[in-house]
Design a binder for this molecule. Sequence first.
Ligand code: IPM
Ligand code: MG
Length: 376
Amino acid sequence: MNATAHRYRIALLPGDGIGPEVMAAGRRVMDDLARRRGIAFEYAEYAIGGAALDAHGVPLRPADLDLMRSSDAVLLAALGGPKWDTGPANLRPEAGLLALRKGLGAFANLRPARIFPDLVSASKLKPEIAARVDLIVFRELTGGLYFGEPRGRGEGEREKGRKGEREKGKTAIGRTAYNTMIYSEEEIRRIAKMAFEAARGRRKRVTSVDKANVLEVSQLWREVVTEVARDYPDVELLHLYVDNAAMQLVRDPGQFDVLLTENLFGDILSDLCAELVGSIGLLPSACLGASGPGLFEPVHGSAPDIAGKGLANPLAMFLTIALMFRHGLKRPDLADEVERGVAGALKSGLRTRDLGGAAGTAEVTERVIQKISEEA
Ligand code: IPM
Ligand code: MG
């Protein structure tokens, strides 16, 4: 047993939909660990997303972001929902999440996808292929299309240029909108380094995903990643176009170890990985920067259709808490305990609805807590 007594300050952002339920489940797990391990978690709760729009009229208050900066880790559950879907981009729940990621400088999003042996049959893949899924996506998180400038809606430049023609009634040009994908060398370099470092502790293979056959920004991506690779001669580097990467992930996911990619490609491919491991209700993520607290969030969304019903799968949240212990609080001992507890619960046959079973949030939570203490 690890006898290190410590106090950790955790910022909690329950958010919307199933967010508050899975956050409450996560707190149960953390509190039980704290009691048994002689540590203390000091929680400070903040509104984000739709909850913050309702309470404060903005999806994230700048003052709250400032307060979170002095915590040891920031834990977010999920945000968004149909109630807030009609607002302009800067007043949607998601804008709060982007401001949080950017504000914390959390440029590297780690999304591990590894199959639990007991869930091989829950994957959509043939068992022998599913059994080999063990990869980690390094998704760039504070650049690319999500943060491109300029951006806009309405009369874009292209439309203005053809205004004369339109006024003469020759062409009917509809509405336009645009986003720009921009990456600087430094933005690419810093996440590439993290991906190569991680590969060294794994199977020593980085697959960089881009669209360099079409996009200039991807050509720069490929160049910089290739340069970084020179410092890691022990790590193998492969480049794949994103369309091929999507196909390869389904065809033979076992070939991937560290998958390095830009923001939007990583968003899309990490949802694909959910089906490789069986459910998006299983995928955790860590968002890390150069300094300051990391942000930890499950990959899943707020699932408004099942919110408040006690049906949400809290396992992604528990696994996210494990990543918070490992990468944020530097307590790999606690991370291992939580991960063993989740594996133990699955081994005992427990399945939520997304995994074809009937267990609810509370039942899963109690079983995981029980397994954590049994396996300790
Ligand atoms: C994710 C989500 C977010 C993203 C949304 C909610 C803005 O899909 O974390 O994958 O696109 O990054
Ligand atoms: Mg996503």
